[in-house]
Design a protein around this ligand. Structure first.
Ligand code: ADP
Ligand code: MG
Length: 210
């Protein structure tokens, strides 16, 4: 018997990349003040502004990035984030995208590439899990991607990962200067990371990528 495969919907990758960048820019612009408030409680109050600068720069390059193969686009976007976010978060978010792009040149396995990129962020920050940083979102996120959790469910889980940082004592970055007094506040980097991850998961789901 001859079987005929269902036609796969054609995915317009350039449009997906553009929409994803725009959705991230909007999400950060909307929450800029909240992210600054979180950073004011345990840091210097600039995290929302730093990310807003980074996402604005990315949006300005969106058209160009959308025409590139995903690995190249991620590497170019990583460089833009390093140059524009600044602070501690710039090199960390930048490393995530640069290493994800680099890993995708070696493998087409996205879950493996993501876990390699997260490991690179940990090396860059000399940091690990449970230290009240964006890694407390990135590690569990990467674990769920490896377990093939559907993206629409992942979008719902990530906020919970960021909330887990409330009870943690900061061991890295400015917040670590507060020691015990950092307990009781959500880490701003974990909050922005959860927001961006949820936004990206929703955009990918809407584009039909699971
Ligand atoms: P800065 O601390 O230079 O003002 P941001 O406010 O933009 O930079 O970013 C602070 C966030 O960066 C923290 O909330 C934390 O999640 C993350 N961070 C800081 N230092 C480290 C580190 N060594 N490893 C991992 N993440 C870190
Ligand atoms: Mg700060």
């Amino acid at each position: 018997m001859i079987t005929v495969d269902e036609p796969r919907p054609v995915i317009d990758h350039a449009a997906v990349i553009s929409r994803m960048i725009e959705a991230c820019r909007e999400a950060i612009a909307e929450r800029e003040a909240d992210l600054c408030d979180l950073d004011r409680a345990i840091g210097d109050g600039d995290h929302g502004t730093n990310l807003r600068r980074g996402l604005d720069a990315l949006a300005a390059e969106s058209r160009q990035l959308a025409t590139m193969p995903p690995a190249d686009a991620l590497m170019a976007a990583g460089t833009t984030l390093v140059m524009n976010i600044g602070g501690a978060a710039g090199p960390l978010y930048g490393t995530l995208l640069l290493e994800l792009g680099a890993a995708l040149r070696r493998t087409s396995n996205w879950p493996n590439a993501l876990s390699q990129a997260v490991a690179a962020v940990a090396r860059r920050g000399k940091s690990s899990t449970g230290e009240k940083t964006l890694l407390d979102v990135l590690y569990p996120l990467s674990d769920e991607v490896i377990r093939h959790t559907p993206l629409h469910l992942l979008a719902q889980h990530v906020q919970g990962f960021a909330e887990m940082t409330i009870d943690m004592k900061a061991m890295r970055g400015r917040a670590s200067f507060l020691g015990e007094r950092s307990i009781g506040h959500m880490d701003p980097g974990a909050a922005s990371c959860a927001l961006l991850a949820a936004t990206i998961c929703r955009e990918l789901t809407e584009a039909g990528i699971e």
